[in-house]
Design a protein around this ligand. Sequence first.
Ligand SMILES: NC(=O)c1ccc[n+]([C@@H]2O[C@H](COP(=O)([O-])OP(=O)(O)OC[C@H]3O[C@@H](n4cnc5c(N)ncnc54)[C@H](O)[C@@H]3O)[C@@H](O)[C@H]2O)c1
Ligand SMILES: O=C(O)C(=O)C[C@@H](O)[C@H](O)[C@H](O)COP(=O)(O)O
Ligand SMILES: [Zn+2]
Length: 371
Amino acid sequence: MAVIPVAIAGRPYEVRVGAGLLAELVPQCRGRLRKRAVPIVTDANVHAAWGDVVEASLRDNGHEPHWRILPPGEQTKSWEELAATVNWLLALEVERGDHVIALGGGVIGDLTGFCAAVLKRGCKFIQVPTTLLAQVDSSVGGKTAINTPAGKNLVGAFHQPSLVLADLSALETLPERELLAGYAEVVKYGLIDDADFFSWCDANGAKMIAGDSALREYAVSHSVAAKARIVAEDEFETTGRRALLNLGHTFGHALEAETGFSARLLHGEGVALGMVLAARYSAHLGLMARTSADHVAQHFSAVGLRANLTELGLDCDGAGLVRHMLHDKKMDAGALPFLLMKGIGQTYLAKDVSLDDVATFLDGELAAGAN
Ligand SMILES: NC(=O)c1ccc[n+]([C@@H]2O[C@H](COP(=O)([O-])OP(=O)(O)OC[C@H]3O[C@@H](n4cnc5c(N)ncnc54)[C@H](O)[C@@H]3O)[C@@H](O)[C@H]2O)c1
Ligand SMILES: O=C(O)C(=O)C[C@@H](O)[C@H](O)[C@H](O)COP(=O)(O)O
Ligand SMILES: [Zn+2]
């Protein structure tokens, strides 16, 4: 098992990465489950695949699990599920010092974390991520949120978990499309500031996706360490450092909004396409070699992720996509700082991007798409 510290000032915690952690849930949580009753929020797919294992670990150790089993999918990050889940926690008489367990992907982690952030002004929670995306990204760093019709993650809080348990065995039941979506956030760490890791992805990504367990452990641990480093430096996204983790997300979130937060486009798929667009836009501005932008696109295409806007079949223009971007949380005094690239592993926050120019660029991508 790999143990990665997240050195948040005043509230440090560990991310443990290894196979079999779900079966050892109670010993792994030692000292944190103070009562017999343990509230667990999950979704129906995760419950069907792993509910028995978690239930057995709790019952064998004298606990009584209380399950809240939500519908799978992005629509669950809603006001309605937030209110209903908070009311459920209140009915269970959860106290501030109690831990709620979030068992699932990023949807469950983001929603449960937000419930924990607001319940009695903050109770504790444990992230037990079961998707690749949640293991490498969403379970770490304390961003919690729901969506609104206006956009992605527009209501939320920073609220750190007490512990993250990333069981690599959980990935064995994950559908391939979800693995690929999570892989986009793995590659993101290479594109941000780690060209060697991008080369590692070039050499090993496909084998990792196909199921090689040593490669999976390396990909998850390396990604978590990268995220831990960045969030420890800038927990609340105030210095610009944490904003690097948003690479591809301004485009990606606009695409998710345009496709109605539906199964047409998963978050990680939007991020992959968004990073290709960030690379192509950087090349269009002359910041980055066109060959490097093509390399990014080819990397995603080679594993089966979409790398051209035309593949989405959108019925909008560039200005329509830019309108979604006006809700981006990075908006500052009417301007939108943009994550651009000077090369692979050389992402930076640009403050001088013209949204009219982005719209024109997107019109070109929507018309031609292919490079
Ligand atoms: N908080 C953050 O820092 C952060 C970071 C990245 C993404 N996110 C958010 O995370 C969400 C996406 O998360 P996701 O990709 O994990 O999606 P998800 O939570 O929707 O899970 C994907 C699908 O896989 C199923 N599933 C999960 N684990 C499984 C398993 N082990 N076996 C079988 N099926 C399983 C789920 O039921 C769901 O259908 C988005 O809402 C995104 O905004 C948040
Ligand atoms: O942890 C972060 O910071 C991130 O930006 C990670 C992203 O992968 C994640 O999708 C995040 O939720 C996006 O943040 P948002 O502030 O744009 O909602
Ligand atoms: Zn993301």
